[in-house]
Design a protein around this ligand. Structure first.
Ligand SMILES: O[C@@H]1[C@@H](O)[C@H](O[C@@H]2CO[C@@H](O[C@@H]3CO[C@@H](O)[C@H](O)[C@H]3O)[C@H](O)[C@H]2O)OC[C@H]1O
Length: 378
């Protein structure tokens, strides 16, 4: 099938099987990992919690809060795993507690809440909104739309419309810069976070958003692919957490280095390549990242300057980094690709206080590497 521009491959490689891992074991690993994250049978690895009959949240165990990032990730995991009850609980919790009805950010979601639903902040984080929109479209296509907040498609379209038009009436700010089509770190600033760029989502938004918004998303996909390439260091492939629109690191509050946020750049490139194989997809960045980590000991992963110089500080999410380096192999080949997958396969999901971010990245990588992270078409 041909989307407008990029080619939708419709193919999902089971790379783990291609590398010789047993298909039943792969399937078991996927099911078991889902259980480990979403079931209270496994309190040491659990990050999802049900509340009452129709609510649930993802807990950032490291920060003891509920983030739009995790809620929207949980919804994406649930739709890929065909878990409608969990999806609806997460969306219900998001709409009940995180959605903002008033103020400068009305129509967006508060990026962090306490587990009782109290808002910790009245600002959004755009990576949450874009994952919500994509998960809602997939839910609409996989399960059909319901009433009210469960009219998934309507909510996805309206949210995306707001993300690019907010502020046109003088109140608040859009989440994308309307001139250069790049996603912002937060609506009120003019810089970006390379890991927020999801051209493979924007290709689909260009098909399913309101007609008037489709051209914008098509352009956004193109500009994001260019931006991802620009923000990555030319030798190491490492991207900073925050970067200016020209791709140079933004060192505000120490976020100009390769650390937690940055890990998501590799899987974003890999999934874009898997889904669309667009010529402009910067797969070379993933080749460089895998080459950079090929001789690094996972026990000693650090914070790095994007030129590769290590800080004393250890990585906060080494399991997440193992996972994201592995999924990069969907867009690379050779020994580094194989070794990164092997390391991931031999690494268990994380236990302990910091497990949330690692385990989110772990399940996403496992889904993609087993051919189970799919586009759900209408
Ligand atoms: O200042 C906040 C800003 O922090 C917020 O960003 C969200 C939080 O950080 C990002 O992910 C984290 C990566 O590090 C792990 O240790 C954390 O557990 C993750 O949550 C996340 O992608 C952002 O959404 O955005 C709003 C700003 O006001």
């Amino acid at each position: 099938m041909v989307a407008t521009g990029a080619f939708y491959t419709g193919e999902y490689r089971n790379l783990l099987a291609e590398y010789g891992y047993d298909k039943d074991e792969i399937e078991n690993r996927v099911q078991e990992t889902w259980e480990r994250l979403f079931s209270d049978k496994y309190p040491e690895t659990q990050i999802y919690f049900s509340v009452g009959d129709d609510l649930g949240y993802m807990l950032d165990t490291g920060n003891d809060d509920v983030r739009t990032e995790g809620m929207s990730y949980g919804m994406m995991m649930a739709v890929q795993m065909d878990k409608k009850d969990i999806f609806d609980r997460l969306w219900n919790w998001s709409m009940k507690y995180m959605y903002m009805e008033e103020g400068e950010n009305a129509g967006y979601f508060a990026w962090s809440c306490a587990t009782d639903g109290t808002k910790n902040a009245y600002g959004p984080a755009p990576d949450g909104e874009e994952y919500y929109a994509m998960a809602l479209f997939f839910a609409s296509h996989r399960w059909g739309d319901g009433e009210g907040i469960f009219n998934y498609k309507k909510h996805a379209q309206e949210l995306l419309h707001r993300c690019i038009h907010k502020g046109e009436d003088g109140h608040g700010y859009p989440m994308w810069n309307r001139d250069n089509k790049l996603i912002k770190f937060v609506p009120g600033v003019e810089f970006s976070d390379p890991s927020y760029h999801l051209p493979h989502f924007y290709e689909l938004f260009a098909l399913w958003s309101f007609e008037e918004d489709r051209e914008f998303w098509k352009e956004a996909a193109k500009e994001s692919r260019k931006y991802i390439a620009k923000a990555a260091h030319p030798e190491t492939g490492l991207s900073p957490e925050y970067a200016f629109y020209d791709g140079t690191p933004n060192h505000i509050r120490g976020f100009g280095h390769f650390f937690s946020d940055s890990y998501r750049v590799a899987p974003n490139i890999a999934l874009d390549y898997e889904w669309f194989k667009d010529n402009a997809c910067p797969v070379v960045v993933n080749e460089k990242i895998q080459a950079f980590f090929a001789d690094k000991d996972p026990e000693d992963y650090r914070r790095y300057k994007i030129n590769g110089e290590p800080f004393e500080e250890k990585s906060l999410h080494p399991v997440g980094l193992i996972a994201t380096n592995a999924v990069a192999s969907l867009s690379t080949s050779g020994e580094n690709a194989r070794k990164a997958v092997e390391l991931f396969w031999n690494t268990p999901v994380r236990t302990g206080g910091r497990r949330y971010y690692d385990n989110c990245l772990y399940l996403f990588s496992l889904l993609a590497l087993s051919g189970k992270y799919k586009i759900w078409m209408p």
